[in-house]
Structures are given as C-alpha cells and as structure tokens.
Design a binder for this molecule. Structure first.
Ligand code: GLA
Length: 683
C-alpha cells in the first residue's frame, strides 16, 4: 500500500452540516452507532411522474384532480458510507408559478439515527440586484398577521413558533423581495409551510451577500428516532415566485389553496351567513336566549345560521371549567342540543356549535377520570393557560376519545357547522404513553394527532361546515385549511383594527378562508366607534357573519343589515373566488393623505369586481382627496359602478378605471366606500 492510498478520501465542501458549508443546514442527524453527525448526501437517481403522488396521506398537502395539472420530480440522494437516503419531491403546477416540495429521510443505514432537524425547503439565492427584504405576518392575540418588512443585512433573521402550533405571533409564511416589498412590481419569492405546529423560517445572508433561506419544523421542539428501515416525511412547503409584485404571489397562492388544498363539500360553495352567540351573550347562553335573542331576530333579518358558541356544556359558566365534558348543561339546555337545534331549524335557520376538542380543564370530569391525558412531564407542575391544559393527542386512546366526543355532539342534534377552537399553546409537551426515547417527538406527534382526529371527523361529517379557530387566528395555516375551509380570523372584531389584520392575512390566504363578523359599536375589544356601514363592508371582505345582540337593533340598523345581506348575496362569489388586488395599504400612511386602505376582488372572467376603500385613523380635514386606481379589469370593457345600495355612480372604460381611477372623498374617521363593478353587457 502506498502512502497516497492510505489517506482518507477528500472532497470539496458539501452542503450538509459539518463538512464545509457553515451555513444553516437543511437537516441535522446523528448516527447512533458512532455518534457522528456528518451525512454528505450525493445524487443517485431521479424519477419524473405526471401528476402529484401523495407522498404521505396522513399529512396535509396540495393535491391534483387530474394528472396533467402538474409534474413531479423525485430526486434520490444517499450517503454512500452508510446507505442513508433522502428523497426530495418537487411538484410543478403547470398553471402556477408555484412548486411544492417535500423531503423524506429514509434510514436505510444498518443502525439507528436520530433526526435532530429537517427543513422542508432550503433555497440559496445569489447576491441581490439591490438588496433583499424579508416580509412576514407577525403579531399577537387580537392583532394577528400584521405585515412586517425588514431589509436583510449580513447575519440572520428568523421567524418561528415554539408553541406547538403555528401561532398568533408568527405565521408559517414569508416573502423574500429582491429589492423592497412591492405589491405590483419586482421579483418576490414566497415560502408557505403546510404545518400546524411550531416552525422556523430562516434567512441567512453571508459575508458575500448570498442568501440562504430555510423553512421547516422548529428544530428546538423537534427530534425523531429512526430505527433502521424507518422513514420520516417532513411537511410539505409551497414555494411561489412572482416577477410582478407580491400581489401576483397572493393571487396564485389563493387560487391554489382554494382549489387544491381546501377539500370537501364547502370548497366551492357559498357559505351560510351566520350570527354567533359569543359577543352577543358570552357564557350566558341557554335554549331560550339562543332562540329568542338570536334565532328569531336572525330569521327576520335573513341570516341563515345560528352558532351556539362557548358556555353550553358541562358546568361551563366561565373559562375555568368543563373542557372535555362535552354534554349540554341540563339547566341551560333542558332539551339537549336537539331541543335548541329543532327550535332554530323550525325558524328556517341552520344550527351550529362551538367546541374546543383538543383541550381539558383541570376542573372537569374528564380530568378527574384521566389525569394522565393532558400533555405533561412526570411530576412537574402543569402550566395552565386560560385555566386549561392540552390533551395528549400523541396517544391513540385520547384521539379516539376526542373523535367519539365530537361525533357524539354532531350526531346528537341537527348540526351543520362546528367552530373548532384551540385556545392555548403547548407546554410540558411530554406524554405518559411513550417512553423516554420518544419524549422529543411529542410536539410533532401532537400535530400528527391533530391531523388524524380532524381527518377522521371531516370524513365522517362531510356535510358539516368546519371553521377552525385558535383564540382568533392563532392557528391560521395551510395545514388547517386542508381540513377546515375557513378560519376565525381574529378575536379583534373592530372594523378599523381588522383592516390591518385582513390586509396582512390576504397576503398569504384567500378571502374564502377569512371569517369576519359585524359586531357592536363601540367595539367590545378596543371601544372604538364605527358606523354599521363600515363594519359591514370590512366583514364583507371575508366569510360574512354577525356577532352581536340582534335584539338591540333599531329599525334603521335592521334595514341596513338587510341591505348588507342583500349585498352579500350579490357579491359573495366575487369575494370568495375572485382575485385580490391590494390598492392602498393600511401600513403605509402618507402624512399628506388620509390613511386609506383599499382592496378589490375581480372575478375570473373580469366581468364583475368589487372595490372597498376605508379611511382609518384620520382625524384631520382632508385637503387632498386621493384617487383609487383600479387593477385587474379588462381595459377594453366598459364598466358600471354601483354603490352598496345599488345607486349607479359611474360608467367608465376599464382603461380609465385602471389609469385615472375613481375619486375617494372621506371626511369622517372610519368612513368607507364600496363599488360593485359590472361590465356593461352583464347588467
Ligand atoms: C376564543 C374564540 C372566540 C370565542 C371564545 C370562547 O377566544 O376565538 O371567538 O369562541 O374562545 O371561549
């Protein structure tokens, strides 16, 4: 043997951890046989499929309805020293600038492997033409998904949730702009993770100005054991690109989400207008109050569905008890749910209900019977939040209980809607069911448990409209949309605060998913006074409903609500299925102008559109009346513009509306403007 041959082999630096690429790695694992963490993967083979194979039917993912909609590439990598494999699945949707991506680790090595982190996508971008900007949707309870943009400098910026849920604080979505964030121009790249648990979105700019981007399960709350032969399938991610502004990314993602992520009978259907009991009566619900204070006036107004929110079950008179005891309180509902549902239905309305199935109150029969069922770590104290603990959905017996409990409620009465709440995040995420080696897996096992119970229930109850909720919009993510087509956007129902929330949400999610209710004024959360007209128009930009005491309305307000419901009937399909154009941002006040927010939706055939504009936070007299320049119309068509009570205001060609625009004259704080836009031949 020569000296040369005895030297270990060398190679150029590879993009895995520990062998020369010092940036954030796309995965990190440990071979338990020798404790090493180096796995330089090499290309081995690839295969191309027409359509989109379901890589893991147990996890949410985008789908196709016909195999010619998409083409999928699977790239196989391996570590030649150990035989460990990785599959990368890329699906290109032919009609969209969107690629979905999945990573699968297959431990075909002879020994055990611990997966310490895995990103669903890692993308390297060259130096920016100007500079890079990272935009994301961040906030907190009652101020979710506020659009935030930061210029990237050398170093790292990340968004994350370590809460076991996607969270109010950060959304599993970010945009990288080559230059500044811009609605209508420029190159932009979006990352949208299909995961309901904790996540990481990471941007790292190197000393050379190159940008590494990564998104996947939050590594801090993740670990997975892979025995020889086991595989781990990371969540799917959608990667979107636009060279014509962020607006185009939104429109493409919305279309794909609406039609190839959301499933079920309600995917393409008009959703019923509803009235929800929460802000009308909080925990003080009863059969008589639901019928007399909500259902009877709702029927008179033409609202279609009455939702009995929190307070109906066990001993639930406040938020300190009874989660898990899913039977109707006999004093409030002496005839059970069937009794109240029948009285509501007799008025011609549908009946819906609220549950929080993943939770358990310490003060509940369920907890007294099963103190081991919440997530917990041995004898350590269990951190309560909103006086409740989280059920250990990594356990099959707990999952069966939840499925049975929800199914029992849904079959106990004629229920056509379920609001599924989740009012706290995970702490002490350990399980009494699993051994020590599995404890690092519980966060992810919980998420898989959520998917399992939701899949079983939405399959068993295809005619129930499910709306997800998490203290408002604390779990507003693509994974939940795979099970439930709409989300309670925020517990903040103030119309003006909602402008920023709904505008930010619309960057990543379509209006068809965004539940929005008209509530009372002054608003319950922040005390702001807003006109009923403005409250209605803000809510009409989403899935429309009411949440207030209908008995206190005067006749003028009743007439206005009837008009809103009629307007909703005329335009809901345009909002639900149309393309969004964001025209004025509530985040960009110009000191010389009133603070304007404006968005429009345009039907696919461009024959109909709706324009909304709002004046927010402006207490000075307006000297410069702005014009709102429309977008997305057919320049050659002539359109008629009607206001919300159908008075004709303008007849103008699309080209004029999209160059000169329409004037907006606001002289009151919180005032609003609406136009229904109809191509002339259509009216
Ligand atoms: C959460 C929801 C509210 C309401 C309450 C009930 O906060 O976001 O809409 O359902 O729970 O407790």
């Amino acid at each position: 043997m020569t000296k040369e041959a005895a030297r270990p082999p060398t190679r150029p630096p590879a993009a895995d951890f520990g062998s020369g690429d010092f940036r954030f790695p796309s995965f990190d694992l440990r071979y338990e046989s020798d404790g090493s963490r180096i796995a330089p993967l090499q290309f081995r083979s690839y295969e191309i499929f027409s359509g989109k194979p379901a890589v893991d039917p147990a996890q949410p993912a985008y789908y196709v309805e016909a195999s010619d909609e998409a083409t999928t590439l699977r790239v196989d990598l391996w570590d030649p020293l150990t035989d460990l494999r990785m599959e990368l699945w890329y699906t290109v949707y032919h009609e969209y600038d969107i690629i979905t991506r999945r990573a699968v680790v297959v431990n075909s090595s002879p020994g055990a492997v611990t997966l310490r982190s895995i990103m669903s996508a890692t993308v390297d971008l060259p130096n920016a033409k100007h500079h890079y900007t990272m935009s994301h949707l961040s906030g907190s309870w009652a101020r979710e998904r506020l659009l935030t943009s930061d210029r990237l400098h050398v170093g790292t910026k990340s968004i994350h949730s370590r809460r076991g849920a996607s969270s109010h604080q950060h959304n599993p979505f970010f945009i990288i702009s080559d230059g500044d964030y811009s609605e209508h121009s420029g190159d932009h790249y979006a990352f949208s993770l299909v995961y309901a648990g904790g996540f990481l979105g990471h941007a790292e700019m190197t000393q050379t100005g190159h940008l590494r981007l990564a998104m996947g399960i939050d590594p801090m709350t993740f670990e997975w054991n892979l025995a020889s032969g086991d595989a781990f399938i990371a969540p799917e991610i959608a990667l979107a690109y636009s060279h014509a502004g962020v607006g185009e990314i939104s429109r493409q993602l919305h279309r794909l989400m609406r039609t190839r992520l959301v499933r079920g009978n309600f995917r393409d259907r008009r959703r019923p207008t509803l009235v929800n009991s929460w802000e009308a009566m909080y925990f003080d619900v009863s059969e008589d109050r639901i019928v007399e204070d909500l259902a009877i006036p709702a029927a008179e107004l033409g609202i279609e569905l009455v939702v009995l929110d929190d307070g109906w079950f066990g001993e639930r008179n406040n938020d300190r008890s009874s989660l898990g005891d899913w039977w109707p309180n006999p004093e409030k509902f002496p005839n059970g749910l069937a009794g109240v549902a029948e009285r509501v239905r007799a008025l011609g309305l549908e009946f819906g209900i609220w549950m929080e199935p993943e939770m358990i109150s310490v003060d509940s029969d369920l907890y007294r019977a099963h103190p081991d069922w919440p997530l917990h770590v041995g004898q350590r104290p269990r951190t309560e939040s909103r006086n409740q603990l989280v059920l250990d959905l990594s356990r099959p017996d707990v999952r069966d209980f939840v499925v049975d409990a929800v199914a029992a409620v849904l079959t106990s009465a004629n229920i056509s809607y379920l609001k599924w709440d989740f009012n706290r995040h995970l702490t002490e995420a350990g399980s009494a069911y699993f051994g020590a080696a599995q404890q690092g897996e519980i966060y992810h096992r919980f998420v898989l448990g959520v998917y399992d119970i939701m899949e079983r229930l939405v399959t068993a109850f295809p005619n129930v409209l499910f709306e997800s909720c998490s203290g408002g919009g604390g779990r507003y993510d693509p994974a939940l949309l795979y099970y439930m087509p709409q989300v309670w956007t925020s517990d903040n129902t103030d119309a003006i605060a909602r402008l920023k929330i709904q505008y930010g949400t619309s960057v990543a999610y379509p209006a068809s998913t965004m539940s929005a209710h008209v509530t009372k004024s002054p608003n319950e959360q922040n005390g702001r006074t807003t006109t009923l007209a403005t409250r209605g128009l803000v809510a009409l930009g989403g899935v429309f409903g009411y949440e207030l005491d209908l008995n206190v309305l005067d006749s003028q307000e009743q007439a206005q609500i009837r008009q809103q419901l009629a307007l909703h009937n005329r335009i809901e399909d345009v909002v639900r299925t149309g393309d969004v154009y964001r025209l004025f941002s509530p985040y960009e006040p110009d000191p010389q102008q009133p603070r304007l927010t404006s968005w429009m939706y345009v039907a696919a055939d461009r024959q109909r559109a709706v324009l909304f504009a709002f004046n927010s936070d402006y207490y000075e007299l307006v000297w410069n009346n702005p014009r709102v320049v429309l977008r997305g119309l057919d320049p050659a068509a002539v359109y008629e513009l009607y206001d919300d009570v159908q008075l004709k205001r303008y007849t103008l060609p699309g080209a004029v509306l999209m160059s000169a625009g329409v004037p907006v004259i606001f002289n009151r704080d919180g005032s609003s403007l609406f136009y229904e836009i109809v191509a002339q031949s259509k009216k």
